[in-house]
Design a protein around this ligand. Structure first.
Ligand SMILES: [Zn+2]
Length: 256
């Protein structure tokens, strides 16, 4: 649990293409939407973000030189983005930077991004789209919450999506005893299943934030916090903490 993670940086993982692009716009809409239950999908901020014309949703992608796309996203682009991020948003409460192919950033560009992620202005959010987290420097990765462009149901053990949904329902209920009971009754889960559970919850959060699934009543800020909590659980697993202890942590921190 060495490094501090910024709650405003997300790594959107999935194959390049329209599905991932749409998920990025949906996530951006969720971040700029001013409605009580974002994303509402109908306010001006949502509509502009979904259409790709919101002035506070900024796309960073490979530049063209002559007619060819450059191979990489260059450090100059990331520096320009970081400078822009210092300026207040135009219309929304946040400014969202979508790095369309974050895995195309060269090392210098990633190091420049790292500086921005270490000390971001409060209104700035970053969505890094990539095929796999492995393409990014560990220092960049560790500051991002991973979300899946493909949804919670994919390639998970049977019943895991339902379990994740039940966890989110319980969290939304806000009853500490219920949450503790839910978590403690999962203390016997295997490491593999625990890892899968945490990943499925993150993906389920993304589905809700992107408007693909119903919010059981958590709201954007708590959803983001739960996604972070799952990252933390997965970090613990990587450091060989036992599932039993991890569910103990979840029992305490879910409602925090
Ligand atoms: Zn909205």
């Amino acid at each position: 649990m060495a490094e501090k993670r910024s709650s405003h940086a997300y790594m959107l993982l999935g194959p390049e293409g329209p599905e991932r692009d749409r998920a990025a716009r949906e996530l951006a809409a969720s971040l700029v939407c001013g409605a009580a239950k974002p994303p509402c999908g109908v306010c001006r901020d949502c509509r502009k973000a979904l259409e790709g014309i919101h002035p506070d949703v900024i796309l960073v992608e490979r530049e063209r030189r002559d007619k060819e796309l450059r191979r990489e996203i260059l450090i100059g682009q990331i520096r320009a983005m970081t400078a822009d991020a210092q300026l207040a948003p135009n219309e929304a409460a946040r400014k969202v930077y979508i790095i369309a192919q974050a895995d195309r950033m060269n090392q210098q560009a990633q190091n420049a991004l790292l500086k921005a992620l270490e000390d971001p202005p409060g209104h700035a959010c970053f969505i890094l789209c990539a095929m796999s987290a492995d393409a990014l420097l560990p220092t960049v990765r560790s500051r991002c919450v991973r979300v899946s462009a493909r949804g919670a149901a994919q390639e998970r053990p049977e019943g895991m999506a339902e379990l994740a949904a039940a966890y989110l329902e319980t969290a939304a209920g806000g009853d500490a005893a219920e949450v503790a009971l839910f978590c403690m009754s999962r203390a016997g889960m295997s490491r593999e299943d625990t890892e899968s559970f945490a990943g499925t919850v993150r993906d389920a959060v993304c589905d809700i934030l992107c408007g693909r699934a119903r919010d059981p009543g958590l709201g954007r800020d708590r959803l983001f916090r739960l996604a972070e909590l799952m990252e933390k659980a997965e970090d613990y697993l990587r450091h060989n903490v036992a599932p039993k202890q991890i569910f103990g942590v979840l029992a305490v921190e879910t409602l925090r």
